[in-house]
Write a protein that binds this ligand. Structure first.
Ligand code: GTR
Length: 362
């Protein structure tokens, strides 16, 4: 007999989401305090400390009003972060459906500058009525241990990082929030319905952005796995030891200190999705993506639901007795989940599932 979801969760022996670090039970009234405590724990131990918002500036350098045969207006934007230490600019693409009422907007943190791109079906997204803002993550800070470019240069440079100093995921997530600062001022965009999404390392990034930024109406993690949506205790595939060896610069240096024993982590990854409560959160898995570990991603969705329940909301729903088998989706509650067939990828089926969830709840 396969183990039930609740038996599997029990076996993971997770740290308690609804207890303060000092052991006091968390009440509904004090959830905001607990959320801030958790964000502090996550900053200190995995992603590093996020600096306060900085002023931003956006210069539209080109406009194509006839994109997708005139259905979409496309602006190319030179986006600038005015950090206290100096400025950093990067290219941003904005696609707005040509319609009278303001559109909900999806911020896609991308792997490439290309548009369209194999991970971003622009026409399909705008046909569903969403505006889309996208940028190449490497234009914010390079995806390597070099902290002398982009936001890295402004905040870290050549010196060694402190144990709780931010890594690249923190920087990419910060940039997505600053893009949202600007989108709040853009006509044709309804920034009160802003979604942040990304795949894999950028799924980790999108989730971290949504956990911290209460203006994000829905955070989407596509196949984010280790260091993202997936529960770490008992996880198969990629582990803290492995990810901090290959990609130490994604995280704050302290994360690597848990490599030998993840049961010492003062959190597990359902804490991250729980920080999105009571807003919408979406976790997507692919059946054959065993490196990310779909079971650990699903169990995180179930475990994070406790925060929603505390607030009188429904997280993942309905909670099945056994782990889902692809293809299956759960779109009834404020935590959405699907597992599709196939490999690690951000494919059209993922987008269609996620947009169906957004159309239902946003
Ligand atoms: C892998 C990494 C994963 C995932 C993936 C990606 O090499 O081990 O954590 O982030 O890269 O971002 O494509």
């Amino acid at each position: 007999m396969p183990k039930t979801v609740s038996e599997l969760l029990q076996a993971r022996d997770l740290p308690e989401l609804l207890r303060f670090a000092d052991g006091t039970p968390v009440t509904k009234d004090r959830w905001g305090e607990r959320r801030r405590e958790i964000l502090g724990i996550l900053q200190e131990n995995i992603y590093g400390v996020t600096p306060p918002p900085c002023p931003v500036e956006a210069e539209i350098t080109a406009t194509n009003e006839r994109y997708c045969a005139g259905k979409v207006r496309h602006d190319t934007v030179r986006f600038t972060l005015h950090m206290p230490e100096g400025d950093h600019s990067f290219p941003l693409q904005l696609f707005r459906p040509a319609k009278a009422e303001p559109s909900p907007v999806i911020i896609h943190i991308c792997f490439r500058p290309d548009y369209p791109d194999r991970y971003t079906p622009i026409e399909e997204i705008t046909d569903h009525g969403f505006a889309l803002a996208m940028f190449d993550y490497r234009d914010v800070a390079s995806d390597d241990g070099d902290f002398t470019n982009g936001l890295g240069a402004l905040t870290v440079g050549n010196r060694e990082r402190r144990p709780n100093e931010w890594g690249k995921i923190g920087m990419w997530a910060y940039a997505a929030s600053r893009v949202l600062d600007w989108l709040e001022t853009v006509s044709g965009v309804d920034a009160s319905r802003a979604v942040v999404t990304g795949h894999s390392r950028l799924g980790k990034t999108a989730l971290w952005c949504a956990a911290q930024d209460e203006r994000v109406a829905c955070g989407i993690s596509n196949d984010s796995g280790c260091g993202g949506a997936a529960i770490e205790r008992g996880k198969v595939g990629e582990t803290v030891a492995r990810i901090t060896t290959v990609f130490p610069y994604w995280f704050c240096p302290r994360y690597a200190s848990y490599s030998d024993d993840v049961t010492r982590l003062p959190f597990d990854h359902h804490f991250i999705s729980a920080c999105v409560a009571p807003r919408l959160c979406y976790i997507a898995s692919a059946e054959e993506d065993l490196w990310a570990d779909p079971a650990s991603e699903f169990l995180a969705a179930v475990a994070a639901s406790d925060a929603y329940a505390l607030l009188g909301e429904t997280g993942l729903s309905p909670v099945p007795e056994h782990l889902p088998i692809a293809p299956q989706h759960f779109h009834d509650g404020k935590i959405g989940y699907h597992v599709r067939r196939g490999l690690h990828y951000y494919d059209r089926e993922d987008w269609l599932e996620q947009m169906a969830f957004l159309e239902k709840h946003l």
